[in-house]
Write a protein that binds this ligand. Sequence first.
Ligand SMILES: *[C@@H]1O[C@H](CO)[C@@H](O)[C@H](O)[C@H]1NC(C)=O
Length: 223
Amino acid sequence: MRVSGVLRFLALIFALVTTWIFIRSYISLNAKTIRLPRWLSLVTKEIPVVRAKCGLAKPCPKEFFAFKISSGAANVVGPTMCFENQVIMSPVKNNVGRGLNIALVNGTTGMVLTQKCFDMYSGEVKLLVKFLKEIPEGTLVLVASYDDPGTRLNDETRKLLSSLGSSYAKQLGFRDSWVFLGAKDLKDKSPFEQFLKNNPNTNKYEGWPELLELEGCVPRKIP
Ligand SMILES: *[C@@H]1O[C@H](CO)[C@@H](O)[C@H](O)[C@H]1NC(C)=O
C-alpha cells in the first residue's frame, strides 16, 4: 500500500512536470511565431526612417557634402538652407530676410563660416559687393532668394556672383526665384543652380513664381 502510494505520487509529479514542459515549449513556440512578424514589421517601418543628410533621397558618397537649398515662397515663407544635416538659415532660426540670403562654408572642412541676408531695398548693395569680394579662396557659397532678390542689383554684384559660377546672376530681376551653390575659385559654371523668372502668365503665386529647391552632393575641396 505504501509503495503504490509513493508510485502514484511520483506518477503525479511526472505528469505535472511533463505538462509544465509541454506548456512552456508551446508558449515559447507561440511567442516565436508572434515575434517573427513583429520583427519583420519593425524592419519595414525602419526603412523610411533611415534618411540621408538634409533629407536627401540617397546619402552622398565619401568626400562629398550634402546640401539642400529652398528659396522663399512669395513674400510669405522665408528660404531654408541645409548643409551636412545642419540647418544654416531658416525662418525658424530667424536669420533670413527678403533679398539675397547667402551662407559661406569652408569647402575643405564643411564648416559654416558665416551667413547673412542682404536686403536690396535697404541699400545693402554696397555691403553685398564688399561681402562677395572678401570671400576667401576655396569657400562654398550658398544663395537663396526671398521676395525680391534682383531689382536693385548692380553690374558689379552680377559680375561677382557670375564669377562664383552662376549662369543666371546677370539676368536676375524683380521677384525672380533663384537658388544657387557656387564656389570662390570656380573656373566653370556651377551645376547647382535653379532659376525661375517672375512672369504673370506662369507665376504660381499672385505676383511671384514658384519656390525653388536645389539639393545634391558637392565634392569636398582637397587642399
Ligand atoms: C578651411 O579649412 C582649412 C582646414 O582647416 C583651413 O586651412 C583653411 O584656411 C580654411 N579656409 C577658410 C576660408 O576658412
